[in-house]
Write a protein that binds this ligand. Structure first.
Ligand code: SF4
Ligand code: SF4
Length: 158
């Protein structure tokens, strides 16, 4: 009786293994049907969904200009203090003192990718990027300054 059950269990296990292997073999021969992806080998052609949010970035043009006026609307919209906009005053061509961004500090480790800051920005100065490989050994490296050194406000942006 015991031996019969024992053999039956082994036969069941082998049958189950073969069933799984048959599925694996099928995907091996039909690569185009596979749902899983070979990350990180497929980094260059991953095809992330368009709406995927990886981090907040501030685009700069070739002249090292951005569109951030330092209005702090994004900082106020952020629900968890991820953004800190440090401002300064600059004298413009007409000799007028004007507020400008000094440092746009972004704490990636706090960001929930809710997108509220992007929606709040009146000048489209920030956007979501799709980079998601954020692992670091030192947590402080997740705090980023989004405006580049020596960058300035793009002409015509108010
Ligand atoms: S995406 Fe959300 S959590 Fe992240 S900085 Fe913007 S408002 Fe804050
Ligand atoms: S990113 Fe946009 S909302 Fe935030 S300070 Fe700059 S201009 Fe204002």
């Amino acid at each position: 009786m015991f031996l019969k059950e024992y053999i039956s269990d082994i036969a069941g296990a082998v049958g189950s293994l073969l069933k799984g292997m048959r599925r694996t073999g099928w995907y091996f021969l039909h690569r185009e049907e596979a749902i899983t992806q070979q990350y990180p080998d497929n980094r260059d052609n991953m095809g992330l969904p368009e709406r995927f949010r990886g981090e907040v970035v501030m685009p700069h043009n070739e002249q090292n200009e951005h569109r951030c006026t330092g209005c702090t609307a994004c900082e106020l919209a952020c629900p968890n203090g991820t953004i800190k906009v440090v401002t300064k005053f600059e004298v413009n061509a007409e000799g007028k003192r004007k507020k400008a961004v000094d440092r746009f500090i972004y704490h990636l480790e706090l960001c929930t990718m809710c997108n509220l800051c992007i929606e709040a920005c009146p000048t489209d100065a920030i956007k979501m990027a799709q980079n998601f490989e954020h692992s670091v050994y030192d947590r402080s490296r997740l705090t980023k300054i989004l405006n580049r050194p020596e960058s300035r406000l793009q002409e015509g942006v108010e």
